[in-house]
Design a protein around this ligand. Structure first.
Ligand SMILES: CC(C)(COP(=O)(O)OP(=O)(O)OC[C@H]1O[C@@H](n2cnc3c(N)ncnc32)[C@H](O)[C@@H]1OP(=O)(O)O)[C@@H](O)C(=O)NCCC(=O)NCCS
Length: 171
């Protein structure tokens, strides 16, 4: 499961993927907001992001629920992701979601976290993963075999909705 992987061009820099510790949840929430603000700015208006990306927004409670994995390099967390069983849907898991530190995107960190999450969902007996993709992350999930179910909007703050894509992948 979690382990060392060669990273980027250099065999010296190595990435570890491991389960998150409870004590790290606050730092992960900050990383999530930074990543969403940075990545989301390509697809959402500043007004929408300002309403959505507020620390303590109850829409985020679910994200830090369980089965969280962090990517770490030289003692620094560079990304994380998580999943949980889907409510009332047998054998289905919800991927919730993957976040990479701004400046660290495009180096394979998100892909490696996704690989570990899929392994963990499979080990736990799940057969299908479902997620709500932010528009900026939609190409990433398409590149990793997720397919579109529905383009929709979700409430992200009082009176504010954000367009997202519901996607699934057979594990
Ligand atoms: C989306 C995100 C998790 C991807 O992680 P990453 O480490 O940048 O992605 P990777 O480098 O592992 O993989 C990128 C792969 O997806 C493809 N891709 C296509 N469009 C992409 C996009 N807009 N963003 C990232 N990857 C994209 C790349 O071509 C690459 O494919 P390859 O591995 O075959 O070369 C990361 O960019 C991020 O945290 N974004 C901001 C927060 C966010 O929106 N999270 C998702 C919420 S649903």
């Amino acid at each position: 499961m979690a382990g060392l992987f060669s990273f980027g061009d250099s065999m010296v820099e190595q990435m570890t993927i491991r389960r998150a510790k409870n004590a790290e949840h606050k730092a992960l929430m900050s990383l999530m907001l930074r990543a969403m603000r940075h990545g989301g700015s390509k697809s959402y208006s500043p007004e929408l992001l300002a309403a959505w990306l507020v620390p303590g927004n109850e829409v985020f409670e679910f994200y830090l629920a369980r089965n969280l994995f962090v990517a770490e390099r030289q003692g620094k967390i560079t990304g994380f992701g998580g999943w949980r069983p889907e409510i009332k849907k047998k054998n289905q898991a919800r991927l919730a979601s993957i976040y990479v530190e701004p400046g660290e995107e495009g180096k394979g960190i998100g892909g490696k976290i996704l690989e570990i999450l899929i392994e963990d969902m499979l080990e736990a007996g799940f057969v299908l993963a479902r997620l709500y993709a932010m528009l900026n992350a939609h190409p990433f999930y398409l590149a990793h075999g997720f397919v579109d179910v529905e383009h929709t909007e979700i409430p992200v703050a009082k009176g504010v909705k954000a367009p997202v894509v519901i996607m699934t992948k057979l594990l």
